[in-house]
Write a protein that binds this ligand. Structure first.
Ligand SMILES: [Zn+2]
Length: 306
């Protein structure tokens, strides 16, 4: 399936509801509260999209128990925003999203963060260890923010670190870490990477000891331009490709990522990278599915970042 944004599901609320119901409940609706399939579709304008469960007597809609539940944004705009986020390689600012789908900046900001929450859910569907025997997993770190530019009278903001684990020809997982040190990075590395893997890192001393816990460990000296050696085996270009997309997104689109939300931006770039073989529509479908069963983990009182 490859829809474009002229598709009626992005403009017509009834078609959007039918599309979401069909993808969530291909065999007919089931109650999100009790799991019963003994449900009745209610009718009329005021109860469009509403179901009544004949077992627990509770009402529900296709939004219930998903990231869409507490949102007042029409579902066709949800579908459009999700499709746009799925299709935008470098991400999409809330300001641009607001203009594109016709909502306020604040609404777009919450909508984009809820979609990232759904992306986290989609990533979590594949949470087993990365790598394995004869597999190479690269670990690398990068720093975002903290540019002194435009800050003549203030101190530069602290740079925020992101550690990415990227399997060669495979998936990526990135994490915001408060401090890049051997203890904290090891905790991420050993919980996410199968120890039968080959670990590929830069020459940072933080990787030296944890490297011994893996089948093998290669440290690449970036400064010596030793990017690709051993017939193309010893390199960390996979992680660097991931980071180059991530950094272009951060610098070009988000400018400023608040520390509180950085993990969610990581999930956004992970999801797009991990579904890079899919069409934009299929990627959007994965995101929608990932939003089922998710509860928002941020507080509504969080500062709305620029
Ligand atoms: Zn029920």
């Amino acid at each position: 399936m490859n829809l474009n944004i002229t598709n009626p599901i992005f403009h017509d609320e009834a078609k959007a509801i039918a599309h979401l119901e069909g993808s969530r409940w291909p065999d007919g609706a089931t109650c999100p509260h009790c799991g019963s399939d003994h449900v009745t579709k209610m009718g009329g304008k005021t109860q469009a999209g509403m179901f009544l469960c004949n077992d627990c007597r509770d009402k529900f809609t296709v939004r219930t128990g998903s990231v869409m539940e507490r949102s007042h944004v029409p579902l066709h705009k949800w579908l459009l925003a999700t499709h746009i986020m799925a299709a935008s390689k470098k991400g999409m600012s809330a300001a641009q999203m607001a203009r594109m789908i016709g909502v306020t900046y604040k609404t777009a900001w919450f909508l984009c963060h809820r979609i990232r929450e759904a992306m986290e859910g989609a990533n979590a569907a594949d949470s087993g260890p990365m790598g394995g025997k004869n597999e190479v997993v690269e670990a690398d770190e990068t720093y975002v923010g903290g540019k002194a530019r435009n800050r003549a009278t203030r101190k530069p903001a602290k740079k925020k670190a992101v550690v990415a684990l990227v399997q060669r020809d495979g998936k990526a997982r990135s994490f915001h870490v408060a401090n890049v040190n051997a203890k904290d990075v090891r905790a991420l590395v050993v919980t996410n990477i199968d120890r039968a893997s080959t670990l590929m890192t830069d020459e940072s001393p933080i990787y030296y000891r944890m490297g011994k816990e893996f089948a093998s460990h290669y440290a690449v000296n970036h400064n010596a331009k030793e990017f690709v050696t051993y017939g193309g085996f010893k390199h960390s270009n996979t992680a660097e490709n991931f980071f180059s997309i991530f950094k272009r997104g951060v610098i070009g689109t988000y400018h400023h990522m608040s520390e509180a939300h950085l993990g969610r931006y990581c999930a956004e770039f992970d999801l797009r990278y991990n579904t890079r073989e899919l069409s934009d529509s299929d990627r959007a479908s994965e995101i929608i599915k990932g939003g089922i069963g998710r509860r928002l983990t941020y507080r509504r009182t969080d500062t709305v970042a620029a």
